[in-house]
Design a protein around this ligand. Structure first.
Ligand code: ZN
Length: 414
């Protein structure tokens, strides 16, 4: 499987186009035949799956939303009989009905293969000691990393979430070289390491694979400095099979390369649903081409990104390039006509060394941060200049804001 994963990374543009179209035509017929939800949806929209001749034709097909998944709980969107399902995972949702994603054996293998592509690009081998800090449970966090790390016969520490002191202890005692985590967790580790008097730079960690939430370049600089290691962005969402399935960061940091032979990625205007051109910010829409239990067609992810292009990258990869995910459409804040994402505020705060913050949005925007009082004026003028509004700022002593175990909750609507 490792060889297969490497071949996938190295596909030429021509091969990608060929596989993509072939799989698209196949998957549309497959869901039509095996799932009544899609059958009805296509019929209502007047879509004849036999007439889909190009990737552009996909635009004729309606979107699948998180709401569709909720309504069809538990397994209404599955295309296989229950006997073929080998596991389920659950997707993060706000309230109500959980979103369940079923896997067949082939789907688990696909997940593993995609994470192996990431390992190959990051140069992770059997010699590595891989500490997996996302949770092992219904939230998909830890398993993809685990499957791939196990496949290459690395030294795996499947520690899961929480107990930061133990995490640091294991890093020291077993000489962890690769840390898999949510993007905000390394900062928490750094705080506890400081309390314990452990110098993270002295540990053998050389790579961090960080995903599951958007993080900025400023945060990357901070993490890389703290750990004296390289941090990679690993995108992925449960609905598409978990962290690490859809793509991986370009090793030259030109953006994210999305595995087009496995997923068609469209970036659409969140309001009109129209497909956008290069460099236009919009919502990522995924079509799973190579999954069996629940391949979603044109799934609206809520992730915000922009297309960079389809040209061969300087790193040699010929899969499409998109911008790193900046936020979620539901996180966008519109305040007095100014649109911005929590990550825009984060960039400014990080430039003053602030990593712990919370944004409260009500009739005014209030930013609480852990840091010194005299930074308030500077931050205020930066936010005014670069984002375009005047926030209320509150400086708090270190340790005042709640620390998260998984994804950080930075935005609160009050
Ligand atoms: Zn590249």
């Amino acid at each position: 499987m490792i060889r297969k994963a490497i071949r996938g990374v190295k596909l030429s543009r021509k091969e990608i186009e060929r596989i993509k179209l072939k799989r698209l035509r196949w998957i549309l017929k497959y869901v039509y035949k095996n799932n009544s939800f899609y059958k009805n949806r296509f019929k209502e929209a007047g879509v004849d799956v036999d007439k889909i001749k190009s990737v552009e034709d996909l635009q004729k097909i309606p979107f699948t939303t998180k709401e569709d998944l909720r309504k069809n709980y538990p397994l209404g969107l599955s295309c296989v009989p229950k006997e073929k399902i080998v596991r389920i995972q659950m997707s993060g949702g706000t309230t109500g009905q959980p979103v369940i994603v079923p896997y067949t054996r082939k789907d688990v293998d696909q997940w593993k293969e995609m994470v192996l592509r990431a390992f190959y690009i990051a140069g992770i081998t059997s010699k590595d000691v891989i500490q997996i800090t996302p949770a092992f449970g219904l939230w998909n966090g830890g398993f993809g990393f685990h499957f791939a790390a196990d496949e290459i016969n690395a030294f795996v520490i499947p520690i899961g979430a929480g107990n930061t002191r133990n995490q640091i202890r294991f890093m020291k005692d077993f000489g962890t070289t690769v840390l898999c985590a949510t993007a905000s967790y390394p900062l928490r580790i750094a705080e506890v390491a400081e309390e314990l008097g452990v110098d993270l730079k002295s540990l053998p960690i050389s790579k961090l694979l960080l995903g599951a939430e958007p993080w900025t370049e400023e945060m990357r600089r901070k993490i890389e400095e703290l750990f004296d290691a390289k941090a990679y962005d690993i995108p992925g969402l449960t609905e598409m099979g978990g962290v690490g399935t859809v793509g991986f960061e370009c090793p030259l940091r030109n953006g994210l390369h999305m595995w087009e032979d496995n997923y068609i990625v469209e970036i659409v205007d969140p309001k009109t649903g129209e497909v956008l051109g290069e460099n236009e910010k919009g919502e990522m829409v995924y079509t799973a081409l190579n999954r069996e239990a629940m391949p979603l067609i044109r799934f609206r992810s809520g992730e915000v990104s922009a297309l960079i292009g389809y040209e061969k990258c300087e790193c040699g990869i010929e899969h499409m390039t998109v911008e790193r995910i900046k936020g979620r459409t539901d996180d966008i804040i519109i305040y007095k006509g100014v649109k911005f994402y929590p990550s825009d505020v984060e960039s400014i705060l990080a430039s003053y060394g602030i990593t712990q913050y919370k944004i409260e949005v009500g009739s005014r925007v209030k930013i609480l941060f852990e840091g010194s009082e005299d930074l308030k004026d500077k931050i205020e003028s930066d936010i005014k200049e670069f984002i375009g509004f005047k926030p209320i700022l509150e400086a708090l002593p270190k340790g005042s804001l709640e620390r998260s175990r998984g994804k950080a909750k930075r935005l609160v609507k009050v």
